[in-house]
Each structure stands twice: as structure tokens, then as C-alpha cells.
Design a protein around this ligand. Structure first.
Ligand code: MTE
Length: 327
């Protein structure tokens, strides 16, 4: 986001999900066996971090899911490898490969999400309560970054609206703000950028209540890897990826538009709405095309779709707005 042009990074080879997960299971089993055999000097957890950073050795990472009618179909999924090793998570470094290396430090249990602001009564939800609030759905969404690259990701979660209904917002709540976990002694890379932490994002209430907006706990049927925003993040598929705050600890209901991280960094480049829009160029590059990560070079470039292809479901939210002004 701070760079002068979209990064031109060669994509890694596509690893099919099963192969990747088998490798993970193999590693987990190897770690268990090593521990059982008494390779205690390093410690099993530490060994797991060395072999596969960010993945706990013994955690059961599989999530029970149901199919979702809101899934996007027909496009090749981006490999688990690329989804989890080409990330933006500035708290853990500014390079795309940094979060996979560094986010193992994020403590994802215990974890609570505090709800405050314009609500009937402030509440705190434990992550395990949130996981059980609704059946978890597999939802494949296009994921388009403002840097003009994209992926197709099978997320796991349920509509944010189900959670918002539990929060009992007051009738004057017009916006909802999401704040990410911030602890500079854990996230030692926060000083690499000029951001005023914690990471903050926000949606208008009707955007937050749209069924597509996903409270997200996993991907590829497994709990979210830390680098993708464990243990819980937001995914808003018709907006540029930066609207989707990771590792959220606070949800705040407001009667005014909240300050948001990238808008505060540079309001000329990153608007509050940030709907995927090929007709509004980023001041430093075109948004008309995007590069699909992980595909062979000749197949990567594709036209960017208005609202990332979700216009049927969301265009009406913006009736009467000038999306060049409200970009
Ligand atoms: N959330 C936090 N807390 N910190 C971040 O740096 N980066 C954003 C968004 N959420 C970011 C964040 C940006 S710029 C993008 S494109 C997406 O996360 C990337 O999500 P992914 O790494 O899972 O693809």
C-alpha cells in the first residue's frame, strides 16, 4: 500500500489443497512423534513453529462447515500456499512474505471481542462463543486488493449481520468500526510503517448488514492462519481488501464515520468506501485490470469487475451516490 506501483511478484506454483493439508498433517504428526520420542530439548510447540511457523502443533485446525448459497463459483481457487504466503498484515512486516514468517507470535487464545459504542449494553464475546453462534459456512469469494492483484478464496464464517443482531445496536448507530489487536511487544514490526495503530476499518451499517459481509474464522475449511487474521476477521468481498480488518478485538457502533487506517494515511488514495471500481483509478495506477495470483503468467491479467462482480447484491446500497467522489 505504501509502494509506488503494484508489486510484480512471481506467483508460486499452485499447491492443491489436499496436498498442502497432507503436508501440514504430516508435519503435525512428525512433531507429535518427535515429541513422543523425547526430542524435548527444543519443545514440540517450538519445533512446530520452526517447521511451519504460525501453525500450532496440536491444535485441531479443522472447522465443521456447511455449504453456502452465497458462494461464488466457477473460478479456480487460489492455492492455500499463495493465500497464506502472499499477505498484507503490516503489524507483522511490510513485505508480502513477512506475515507468514512473523505472525506466529500472535496469541490467538484466549481471545475476546469487545462490543461498545451505541449499543443497548456493551458486551464482550469469547471467540469460542462466536464460533458457535451460527453454523459456519464455506464461502468462496473473489478477493481484490487495491494494489491490483486478486485471489479466489474459500473463506469460512457466517454473515456479520448475525453477530450484529446479538450486539443490539441502538437505532442511531449508522456506522460500525473494527479495531484490530495491537501490542507492539508482540507486533514488533509496527514501527516499520507510519501507521497510527491499532488498525481501524469501518462500514456503513447497511453495508455491514449485507449478507455478503462475512465474519470470518477460517479458510480452506481450517481455522484462519495467523497471517490471514486469526482468530477472527472481516471479509467484504465487493471492496478492496484493506476494508477487511484482521484479528479484530473491538467492534464499535457509531453515529459518525469512523477514522480508518489507510484513509488517515492518505485520503487522496484510499477513500472510506473503497468499492472495487475499474472506473476510478488509484492516483498512481489503473484499477481497470488485475493480476490473479498463482495462475500461469499468460492467464493472470483480467478485467476488474465493478463491485468485484457482486453488483447484483450490493449496487443498490450506493443508489444516488457519486462513486467518483465517494471512492
Ligand atoms: N488488517 C490488519 N489488522 N492489518 C493490515 O495490515 N491489511 C489489509 C487487510 N486487513 C491489514 C488488515 C489489506 S491492505 C489487505 S489487502 C488484506 O487485509 C489482505 O488480506 P490477506 O492477507 O488475507 O489477503
Amino acid at each position: 500500500m505504501l509502494i509506488g506501483k503494484p508489486p510484480d511478484v512471481p506467483s508460486s506454483a499452485i499447491t492443491p489443497r489436499d496436498k498442502y493439508l497432507n503436508r501440514r498433517r504430516f508435519l503435525r504428526n512428525a512433531v507429535s512423534s518427535a515429541a513422543a520420542a523425547g526430542v524435548a530439548a527444543l519443545g514440540a510447540e517450538r519445533l512446530a513453529q520452526v517447521i511451519s511457523p504460525g501453525i500450532s502443533a496440536f491444535a485441531d485446525t479443522r472447522l465443521q462447515t456447511v455449504k453456502s448459497p452465497l458462494t461464488t463459483t466457477g473460478e479456480q481457487l487460489t492455492s492455500f500456499e499463495d493465500v497464506t504466503h502472499y499477505n498484507n498484515y503490516y503489524e507483522f512486516g511490510v513485505d508480502k512474505s513477512d506475515p507468514a514468517k512473523n505472525a506466529g507470535a500472535l496469541p490467538t487464545r484466549p481471545w475476546t471481542v469487545r462490543v461498545d459504542g451505541l449499543v443497548n449494553k456493551p458486551k464482550t464475546f469469547d471467540i469460542d462463543t462466536l464460533l458457535k453462534l451460527r453454523p459456519l459456512e464455506d464461502r468462496v469469494y473473489r478477493h481484490r486488493c487495491v494494489e491490483a492483484w486478486s485471489m479466489v478464496i474459500p473463506w469460512v464464517g457466517y454473515s456479520l449481520s448475525a453477530f450484529i443482531n446479538q450486539c443490539e445496536p441502538l437505532s442511531n448507530a449508522r456506522y460500525v468500526q473494527f479495531l484490530s489487536y495491537y501490542n507492539s511487544s508482540v507486533e514488533k514490526w509496527t514501527s516499520e510503517s507510519n501507521i497510527d495503530w491499532p488498525y481501524s476499518e469501518g462500514l456503513r451499517m447497511d453495508e455491514a448488514m449485507n449478507p455478503l459481509t462475512l465474519l470470518t474464522f477460517g479458510l480452506y475449511g481450517e481455522v484462519l492462519p495467523n497471517q490471514n487474521g486469526a482468530p477472527v476477521r472481516i471479509v467484504v468481498p465487493w471492496k478492496y481488501g484493506f476494508k477487511s480488518a484482521k484479528s479484530i478485538v473491538t467492534v464499535r457502533f457509531l453515529d459518525h464515520q469512523p477514522p480508518t487506517t489507510w484513509n488517515e494515511q492518505n485520503s487522496h488514495e484510499y477513500g472510506f468506501y473503497s468499492n472495487v471500481n475499474p472506473y476510478v483509478d488509484h492516483p498512481r495506477w489503473s484499477q481497470k485490470v488485475e493480476r490473479r495470483i498463482g495462475l500461469p503468467f499468460y492467464a493472470q491479467r483480467r478485467a476488474t469487475l465493478m463491485y468485484n462482480g457482486y453488483g447484483d447484491q450490493v449496487a443498490s446500497l450506493y443508489n444516488g451516490m457519486d462513486l467518483r467522489k465517494d471512492f
